[in-house]
Design a protein around this ligand. Structure first.
Ligand SMILES: Nc1ncnc2c1ncn2[C@@H]1O[C@H](COP(=O)(O)OP(=O)(O)O)[C@@H](O)[C@H]1O
Ligand SMILES: [Mg+2]
Length: 344
């Protein structure tokens, strides 16, 4: 090969190399551009992903929060349901008690009714025996005692019958002292068993009120038995009665003729008293602190209703371990004398 040929080929090869170099540079530039573009996209995507992750984390924590809240609510609701369940259970127990009591009451009434006739016979026979017996005869005294005891039984039965009798309320003018006495007679044995002394402090023996006799006695009976229950170790049951003038007309020096006179009756015991937290619940039917089988929780609810029907009021004052005073205020005998009670 000649020198000129060689030079030409060398020139050619150089040209090819330059071309290839150019192409390579071109490709390189393209690659750099691509890399930059790719990096940009990756960055954008990363930012997007980061945002999504943050959102996910937020949602997650919110969900966790909600779950906890829900769990709390479920627990709370379950507890509520459980206590409601308990309430329903005791309530049905008490209802059963009340039903049993009602049956017992009817039974007692029918027995009292049955006893009434033979007792009347006994009473009549004793009377004739007493007529035949001379007062100096030693048997005379015995017969008198029998007569007294029979009378006591008869009055007890009459009271029992009166309690069980139902029907329209009928208001009449009643002597407070008599009604208290008759009710006390009914539970004499209970008071004696509990070693309870009864003190009566009536402002007068002629305190008259307008009331339904059965209901008034039922009111007293409930309050006396509550007082007796509160004094299992004995104590004093004080019954006070006085007249008060309801403040209708301002400063009247003399009681006005049209002023509404009320009778205040206080039944005070020296018993266990009532815990402050129980005071607001005392009007509730079925509220009792007494063991199952002993209390029905109906007594005070009935008392409240009776007092309301008579347009009166009932207040409870109590101090734990010192005793309880129930203050009942009822209107004094109305001019009309009788009539029907407001039974709404
Ligand atoms: N004189 C009282 N002394 C103490 N607690 C009383 C007295 N009277 C009523 N209570 C309370 O009020 C509750 C409700 O009384 P009550 O309605 O008569 O129902 P019960 O006598 O059947 O329990 C009683 O269980 C008792 O806790
Ligand atoms: Mg009671």
């Amino acid at each position: 090969m000649s020198a000129s040929n060689l030079r030409r080929e060398l020139e050619q090869a150089r040209g090819t190399i330059r071309l290839m170099q150019d192409e390579l540079e071109e490709t390189n530039r393209g690659l750099v551009a691509l890399t930059v573009e790719l990096e940009k996209r990756v960055e954008a995507r990363t930012a997007e992903l980061r945002l999504t992750q943050e959102e996910l984390e937020k949602t997650n924590s919110e969900l966790l929060h909600l779950t906890l809240e829900l769990e709390d609510r479920v627990a709370e609701r379950t507890a509520q349901l459980q206590s409601k369940n308990e309430e329903v259970k005791t309530m049905s127990q008490q209802l059963w008690q009340a039903a049993k009591l009602a049956t017992m009451g009817e039974l007692a009434a029918s027995i009292a009714h049955e006893l009434n006739n033979p007792l009347a016979t006994v009473s009549l026979r004793i009377e004739s025996l007493l007529e035949l017996c001379s007062p100096v005869d030693p048997q005379h005294h015995t017969l008198l005692i029998i007569q007294q005891e029979v009378e006591r039984m008869a009055s007890l039965i009459a009271n029992l019958l009166q309690f069980s009798r139902r029907g329209t309320s009928r208001v009449s003018t009643l002597n407070l002292a008599d009604e208290i006495e008759k009710t006390l007679e009914l539970i004499q044995y209970l008071l004696r068993d509990h070693n309870i002394q009864v003190v009566q402090e009536l402002a007068s023996n002629d305190l008259f009120i307008s009331a339904d006799r059965q209901k008034l006695r039922q009111l007293f009976l409930n309050l006396f038995t509550n007082a007796s229950d509160a004094m299992p170790q004995g104590g004093t049951l004080t019954i006070r009665g006085m007249i008060t003038q309801a403040a209708l007309s301002g400063a009247a020096a003399e009681p006005r003729a049209d002023a509404l006179s009320m009778v205040v009756i206080e039944i005070a015991d020296t018993g266990i008293g009532i815990a402050a937290e129980n005071l607001p619940r005392l009007g509730e039917a079925f509220f009792t602190t007494k063991p199952v089988g002993k209390g029905t929780g109906l007594g005070l609810a009935i008392c409240h209703r009776i007092v309301q029907e008579h347009k009166g009021s009932l207040d409870i004052l109590s101090e734990v371990n010192h005793g309880t005073t129930i203050r009942v205020v009822l209107p004094v005998r109305s001019e009309a004398g009788g009539g029907f009670l407001d039974e709404s």
